[in-house]
Design a protein around this ligand. Structure first.
Ligand code: CA
Ligand code: ZN
Length: 303
């Protein structure tokens, strides 16, 4: 059975204190509608972006209580399908993103989406790469705004969070309290101007609980490999945490000394940047599946 959630059921922070809008059994597939990150307030080129309600931004649809999920488990989220609307919007301005110190006005731009492309202007039709910016569970301690990423997920703005990907989140509270929002029709690594092509849409996800494993940060798995998604104050710190968690994760599964494992990851591990513009930056350390396959082990043994 497929459950459906309307985009009116939103949260602006991930929190243990929120009452779930729906409760589902592990293995349930849910269709989740979402607003864009401006809660669809910018609909025409004439909309004064500075005049929108800034308390109603970065909404995430949810939260969903998954039965049987308790602290110490993993929540497994398979992105079965990702559909996006026909009009995108971008914005940038002073104090936002990498170029904020050289911009003197908050500006927005409508981006029509049709014929499988995002039409930036008459000359530039960009390929679509739909992705989810905000996705996660209730954090361990105090509420975290949907504009900030962390160990619970949240605003990770990672372009690999797309159709076909599987995410694992540490569960910090009973039921996990899962939510998602902030779709992008496309976004570059870094998201340097502070927005992707922001767009409303609908995600179809299957939610499951994995017992007996714990991870410190969200993990993403796709056809090519897997990566932790690590958010921290600086890129240096995020890379260090991502590499060390990956080393520890692999050391528990394959028989290599620390030095051998470090040399292996120095060859096959790819440090990648997801975003550098949110209150914490987010990086990936991507490992191809061949490594675990060569040792005939799975990411999580009892799955
Ligand atoms: Ca975002
Ligand atoms: Zn966004």
């Amino acid at each position: 059975m497929i459950e459906t959630l309307s985009c009116n059921q939103v949260i602006y922070a991930f929190s243990k204190e929120h009452a779930p809008v729906i409760q589902v059994k592990p293995g349930t597939t849910v269709e989740i509608e979402t607003y864009d990150c401006f809660q669809n307030q910018v609909q025409t080129a004439d909309t004064k972006i500075a005049g929108i309600d800034w308390d109603a931004i970065n909404p995430a649809t949810g939260p969903i209580h998954i039965e049987g999920a308790v602290p110490g488990d993993l929540l497994k989220v398979k992105i079965e399908k990702l559909e996006i609307g026909e009009q995108g919007v971008m914005a940038t301005g002073p104090d936002l993103g990498v170029m904020g110190h050289r911009l003197d006005e908050l500006v927005s731009k409508m981006i029509p989406i049709h014929d499988g492309k995002a039409h930036f202007n008459e000359k530039l039709a960009l390929p679509l790469h739909p992705m989810i910016g905000v996705i996660g569970v209730a954090p361990e301690a105090v509420a975290v705004s949907c504009g900030t990423p962390g160990r619970h997920g949240g605003n990770m703005d990672t372009k690999l969070i797309t159709e076909g990907a599987v995410l694992y989140f540490p569960v910090f509270t009973k039921g996990a309290l899962f939510a998602l929002g902030d779709f992008h029709a496309a976004m570059g690594d870094g998201e340097i101007g502070v927005s992707g092509i922001e767009v409303p849409g609908k995600a179809t996800v299957t939610l499951d609980v994995v017992k007996g494993h714990s991870i410190a940060h969200p993990m993403l798995v796709n056809e090519e490999g897997f990566t932790f998604l690590v958010s921290a104050k600086t890129l240096d710190e995020a890379v260090k945490q991502a590499v060390e968690e990956t080393v520890d994760f692999l050391a528990a599964r394959i028989d290599l000394s620390l030095a051998e494992l470090t040399m292996l990851l120095s060859v096959v591990g790819q440090v990648q940047v997801s975003q550098v513009v949110d209150p914490l930056v987010t990086v990936r350390f991507f490992i191809p599946h061949d490594v675990l396959e060569a040792y005939d082990v799975k990411l999580f043994a009892n799955e």
